[in-house]
Design a protein around this ligand. Structure first.
Ligand SMILES: Cc1cc2nc3c(=O)[nH]c(=O)nc-3n(C[C@H](O)[C@H](O)[C@H](O)COP(=O)(O)OP(=O)(O)OC[C@H]3O[C@@H](n4cnc5c(N)ncnc54)[C@H](O)[C@@H]3O)c2cc1C
Length: 495
C-alpha cells in the first residue's frame, strides 16, 4: 500500500465531469491540495448533457455557487420534470415530475387513497395532486418558501464547464492545456505515477481523477478495469444530437418522445434548444435516426447532426489503485432520466467523504466502489422500467423491449406494485417512491388492490381529503408567474 500523504491531484479531462470535480475539490480542500486539470481543446468534450435533476441544486449549495450567476452564465432554464410522450402507447403522455404527489399516511402512500378514490369516482388524474406537475403543464415557475417547489435546471453544457473553470481557478486549480499521450505507472504497485503530454511534459500526481470521457484513458486503457455491458437491459447504444433556434417560450420540463427505435429529447435553454435522438443500432441506422430527428425538430437548425456511440454499462470498479473515474469514464446509463450529472456530483461527494490523507486505504476504496455500485443498479432498474413496461407493439424495437428479460430486483418492484400498489424506496436510492409510482402508473400498470387503511374513510371524508389537496395545488398555481417571465427577471443571460 502507498503511504504517501495525498497532496497532488491530477484531473485528466475538462468536460462537465472534470470541472465539477475541480470545483468540488478546490472549494473544500483547495487550501491544502495542489490540483491540476489537464484538458485538450483539440479533442473537445462530448458536448451534450444539458438536463439535470434537483440534486444539482444541493450540489451547488454545498459549493456556495450563486444560482442566479450560474443560470445567467449557462443560459439556464428551470426544469420541473420530464414529459414522456408515446411511451406507454402512441398518443399517450405522462409527466414524471420532481414534486411530491398528495399526502401519505405512515402505513400507506397517497396512491392507495387515490386508487380508492378512482374506484369510487371521487378522484381525478394522479398528477392533479402534484404542484410541480401542474406548474409544468401550465408553463409556470417560481421559487417558493421552505422548498415548496422542487426543481432542477436545463443548462448549456459547454458554458457550464466554462463557469466551473472560472470558479475552480478562483480556488487555485491550475489548468494545463495538452493532449495526454501516455500514462506512466509504478512498476511494483501499478499505481499511476504521471501522465505525459504531447509537449513532452510529465504531470505527476498522488491521486488521479479520470474524467477523459468514453475513452477512459486511465481507468480503462491503463489500469484495464473491466466494463460491465448492460446492453441486454438498456438496448439503446447510439445518439444523434443537434441544436435548434428557440421557437416560442421555454417550457419548464424536458420532453422525451418515444420514436420507432428509441426516443427523442428536447431541452429548452434561453438562447437555443438542445435536441437529440437516442436509439438502438440494431433497429435503426445512423442515417435513419438523423432523418427522424431532422423531421421532428422545430425551429432552424444551428448545428449539423452529430452521432455519438456508447455502451450502456458501468466499470466494475470506479476507484482502482490511485485512480478514481468520474463521469463517462466511469460508465454511462443512457440519458433518459438525466442521471449522469447527478452521478458525477454523487461521486464527488463520496470522494470528499472518503478522501485519503496518508496513502490510499483499500477499505476506503472498497467502500467507495460498493456504494457506487449499489447506487447505479437502482438507477439502472428505474430506466429499464420505462422501456419494458409498455403496451407498444407497433415496432420490432418496442416488441423487443416489452418482452426482454429484466433484472430480478426490478421484476419484484413491478410485481409488488401491480399486485398491491406498494412501493418501497431502498436506502440511499436516488428515485423515491413518488418517482416509481408516477412512472409505473404512466407506463400503464394499474395496481389490483389498495391498502385497507383507505377503506376506513367514508366517501365524504375521502372526497374532502382529495379535493383539499387539489385545491391547495390549484390556488398555489394561480400565484405562479409564467416560467419565461420568471427566468427573464431572475437570471437573464447576456445576449
Ligand atoms: C447522447 C447523450 C446525452 C446526454 N444527456 C445527458 C443529460 O441530459 N443529462 C445528464 O446528466 N447527462 C447527460 N449525458 C451525460 C453527460 O453528457 C456526461 O455525463 C457529462 O457531459 C460528463 O462528460 P465527461 O466530462 O465525463 O466527458 P467529456 O465531456 O467527453 O469530457 C472528456 C474530457 O477529456 C478530455 N480528453 C479526452 N482525451 C484526452 C487526451 N488524450 N488528452 C487530454 N484530454 C483528453 C477531453 O478533451 C474532454 O475535456 C448525456 C450523454 C450522452 C452521450
Amino acid at each position: 500500500m502507498e503511504q504517501k500523504v495525498i497532496r497532488k491531484i491530477v484531473i485528466a479531462g475538462g468536460g462537465t465531469a472534470g470541472w465539477m470535480v475541480a470545483a468540488g475539490l478546490s472549494r473544500t480542500l483547495g487550501k491544502v491540495l495542489d490540483i491540476k486539470l489537464v484538458e485538450s481543446d483539440e479533442i473537445g468534450t462530448v458536448g451534450v448533457g444539458e438536463a439535470t435533476i434537483p440534486t444539482l441544486v444541493t450540489f451547488h449549495r454545498l459549493l456556495d455557487i450563486n444560482e442566479q450567476e450560474f443560470m445567467a452564465a449557462t443560459q439556464g432554464t428551470f426544469k420541473l420534470g420530464i414529459a414522456f410522450e408515446n411511451w406507454r402507447d402512441l398518443q399517450q403522455d405522462y409527466i414524471h415530475s420532481f414534486g411530491v404527489t398528495g399526502k401519505d399516511h405512515w402505513t400507506a402512500g397517497f396512491q392507495h387513497f387515490w386508487l380508492k378514490g378512482r374506484e369510487r369516482n371521487l378522484a381525478s388524474d394522479y398528477g392533479d395532486y402534484c404542484l410541480e406537475l401542474k406548474a409544468a403543464l401550465q408553463n409556470r415557475f417560481a421559487h417558493l418558501p421552505r422548498g415548496g417547489m422542487n426543481y432542477a435546471f436545463h443548462i448549456d453544457a459547454g458554458l457550464y464547464a466554462k463557469f466551473l473553470r472560472k470558479f475552480s481557478e478562483g480556488y487555485g486549480v491550475q489548468r494545463v492545456e495538452g493532449k495526454i499521450v501516455n500514462v506512466q505507472t509504478h512498476p511494483d504497485s501499478g499505481f499511476i505515477k504521471s501522465i505525459r503530454l504531447d509537449s513532452g511534459a510529465d504531470v505527476e500526481g498522488d491521486l488521479f481523477i479520470d474524467c477523459t470521457g468514453f475513452r477512459g484513458l486511465l481507468i480503462g486503457q491503463t489500469l484495464h478495469e473491466p466494463y460491465e455491458d448492460w446492453t441486454h437491459w438498456l438496448p439503446c447504444d447510439s445518439a444523434v444530437a443537434l441544436q435548434t433556434e428557440s421557437v416560442g417560450e421555454a417550457i419548464p420540463y424536458t420532453r422525451s418522445i418515444a420514436r420507432d427505435a428509441g426516443w427523442q429529447w428536447r431541452i429548452p435553454l434561453q438562447h437555443r434548444v438542445g435536441n437529440g435522438m437516442v436509439y438502438c443500432s440494431k433497429y435503426s441506422s445512423d442515417e435513419q435516426a438523423k432523418q427522424t430527428l431532422l423531421a421532428n425538430v422545430v425551429g432552424k437548425t444551428l448545428t449539423e447532426p452529430r452521432v455519438i456511440k456508447f455502451t450502456p454499462g458501468q466499470r466494475r470498479k470506479t476507484w482502482s489503485k490511485n485512480c478514481v473515474a468520474v463521469g463517462l469514464a466511469s460508465g454511462f446509463i443512457e440519458p433518459l432520466e438525466s442521471t449522469s450529472i447527478h452521478l458525477i456530483s454523487r461521486a464527488i461527494i463520496r470522494l470528499m467523504q472518503l478522501f485519503p490523507t496518508t496513502g490510499i486505504n483499500p477499505t476506503d476504496v472498497e467502500e467507495y466502489n460498493q456504494q457506487t455500485h449499489n447506487e447505479i443498479e437502482h438507477i439502472r432498474d428505474f430506466i429499464v422500467l420505462h422501456y419494458h413496461v409498455t403496451n407498444r407493439q407497433d415496432t420490432p424495437f418496442w416488441n423487443a423491449c416489452r418482452t426482454m428479460d429484466i433484472p430480478a430486483s426490478l421484476r419484484h418492484r413491478i410485481d409488488l406494485f401491480r399486485e398491491t400498489g406498494r412501493v418501497f424506496r431502498v436506502p440511499n436510492e436516488l428515485f423515491a417512491e413518488n418517482s416509481w409510482i408516477q412512472v409505473m402508473l404512466g407506463q400503464g400498470i394499474v395496481p389490483k388492490q389498495h391498502h385497507q387503511v383507505a377503506d376506513l374513510m367514508s366517501d365524504a371524508e375521502l372526497s374532502r381529503f382529495l379535493d383539499g389537496i387539489k385545491s391547495t395545488v390549484d390556488s398555489t398555481l394561480l400565484q405562479l408567474p409564467k416560467h419565461q417571465a420568471y427566468v427573464e427577471q431572475y437570471c437573464k443571460a447576456a445576449s
